[in-house]
Ligand binder design. Structure first.
Ligand code: TMP
Length: 215
């Protein structure tokens, strides 16, 4: 595959989605063929799975069911959206991917990072991101930002207690140590414009060092 697969990760309120769209626009202005997408979702089947997983009314959902549904949504999104774009040589920017499952379900829910990695290996086969940017923000600061944003709808995971979000943060720290080459940490406590610039520079630096040559 000739494209590049770049994912954005982080806890709630890190600014991932806004930054992803701003950076995508800047990369397009450089003449790059970019698509942005998100997990869980991005295509119809996975958006429907997203609706079930994040519905605040589904209080009975078991942790393993949750992990399997994320993996199922991931598989379908990969096959329908990500892989075809990579085959066409595009730059795919994805809001969350496998590391969210490792941090949220594997670590914070206590299912085990290795166990959750195993079901995700089945889902993604060998299609892992080339680069992952982890927006690093203190969980309390992230949640403050969310509550200040009145337009954002609260989902089932936002409603978890503070300790859950602290665990997610710890989980990401562990995963970043496990995959130091792929995962780059970005300080997201700064003003959003500065975080955007750091993300942009990280991606352009990666692209410069990993130009794909035909033939
Ligand atoms: P979003 O708020 O970034 O749209 O993500 C939806 C929620 O789903 C967020 O609370 C993180 C959570 N999530 C997981 O727990 N595991 C996963 O594998 C993914 C992709 C998201």
């Amino acid at each position: 595959m000739t494209g590049h697969f770049i994912t954005m990760e982080g806890g709630e309120g890190a600014g991932k989605t806004t930054i992803l769209h701003r950076v995508s626009k800047r990369l397009q202005e450089l003449g790059l063929d970019v698509i942005t997408t998100r997990e869980p979702g991005g295509i119809e089947i996975s958006e429907q799975i997203r609706h079930i997983i994040l519905d605040p009314a589904q209080t009975a959902m078991d942790g393993r069911t949750e992990a399997l549904l994320y993996a199922a949504a991931r598989r379908q999104h990969l096959v329908e959206r990500v892989i075809p774009a990579l085959e066409q040589g595009k730059l795919v920017l994805c809001d969350r991917f496998i590391d969210s499952s490792l941090a949220y379900q594997g670590y914070a829910r206590g299912l085990g990072i290795d166990e959750v990695f195993a079901i995700n290996e089945f889902a993604v086969q060998d299609c892992m991101p080339n680069l992952t940017l982890l927006l690093d923000i203190e969980p309390r600061e992230g949640l403050n930002r969310i509550s200040a944003n009145k337009e954002r709808e609260q989902n089932r995971l936002d409603l978890e207690k503070m300790t859950f979000h602290e665990q997610v943060y710890e989980g990401y720290n562990l995963i970043a140590k496990q995959f130091p080459k792929r995962i780059h940490r970005i300080n997201a406590n700064d003003h959003i414009d500065e975080v955007e610039q750091a993300v942009y520079e990280n991606i352009t630096h990666y692209l410069k060092n990993n130009e794909r040559r035909e033939g």
